[in-house]
Design a binder for this molecule. Sequence first.
Ligand code: 2IT
Length: 449
Amino acid sequence: MNAYLASVLENVKSKHGNEPEFVQTVEEVLSSLEPVIEKHPEYEKVDLLTRMVEPERMFTFRVTWEDDNGNWHTNTGWRCQFNGAIGPYKGGLRFQSNVYPGIIKFLGFEQTFKNSLTGLPIGGGKGGSDFDPAGKSDAEILRFCQSFMQALYRYIGPDVDVPAGDMGVGAREIGYLYGEYRRLKGAFENGVLTGKGFSYGGSLIRPEATGYGAVYYLENVLRHEGETLVDKTIACAGFGNVTWGICKKAAELGAKVVTLSGPDGYVYDPEGVITEEKIAYLLEMRASGRNRVQDYADNFPNVEFFPGEKPWGVKVDICMPSAMQNDVHMEHAKKISQAGVKYYIEVANMPTTNDALKYLMDCGMIVAPSKAVNAGGVATSALEMAQNSERLVWTAEEVDRQLKQIMDTIYSMSVEAAEKYGLDYNLVAGANIAGFQRVADAMMAQGPF
Ligand code: 2IT
């Protein structure tokens, strides 16, 4: 990292030392940008990077709700409108008890580069609450979502800021949030949220899109090595919506996901999560709200459950960490390398600590970064926005075709950006550079604000 980038990072560290996830993602992105900054002194001249690591706007709001026993609770909500240079702010809402400004900021920063990579007109945003949806009744979730939207609705809109789901926010929550927005605005502005149900403006393939997109990206990586998905084994983490989409598409293309994980441990299914019944069961597990992966082992024969452990170190061809941030630490990276894994394809947002990611790359493993790999989700959200503004409904085939094309383009743009700056086949740096470039161009064009 050159002196300019180092000084930007130092400032972020001193200002956000109590937000380690944000510092981590800034460090990861800046460490790829040295060749770009050296070639473009105009960026340093206007201190573009300091501007880029500062959210345009971030606000906090009170969310008060009543539980089923008549007790009142107060949570905090946040929305970070990180960068709107290339389009309306766009990004999910996360409801999880560990949410705090550092999580929202890291996700908003990642989202800015990811959205840029899609090539579509969406800026970066993220939001959420420290509300814990686990064990809440449907009526409690409804009241929480209504209260959340009452605070947020003035600050979002189809051309302003378009939230979506993330952990803890799925189709049910989006429905409740949208219902409240529509009531407050008195208008059918369904382009204000994505991930909606199909009956009121949701896009076909959106539920599958993040997982499908990840597998489409993976196909490109395999093709580069002269390989295909047929007979490949994949270790996934988590068992949520994204992992479900990976299982489905991988099975369709002849590969098999053999591990899933949860807060309680991981399961190993040597036959793979490949049958319709098994894939559908993941949705049941999620809907049950139990948040237990052991249920999968209890429900299907020949599946082993490893309590309290992670699936990193299982012998597979491909690792796809698809659960959450910082799931893979140095100790896991070493196990992954020892297990002879050839491909490490990040899926969750920032699933790897920076030292572990560097270690895996230094081992010679083929590493792909989440901001490229999981961009199919938000890309399909942008396709949902396009359908809403055109008042049209595209077929599943049409959305899927566009999704695949977008993923192929993200992959090739990343490869080309790395090559352009003499970095060989470095998908991590390539994604950072390609994502940066478009936002930088737009910010330079729009003047200093
Ligand atoms: O991390 C992500 O890209 C998302 N949670 C989806 C965001 C979106 O607007 O669809």
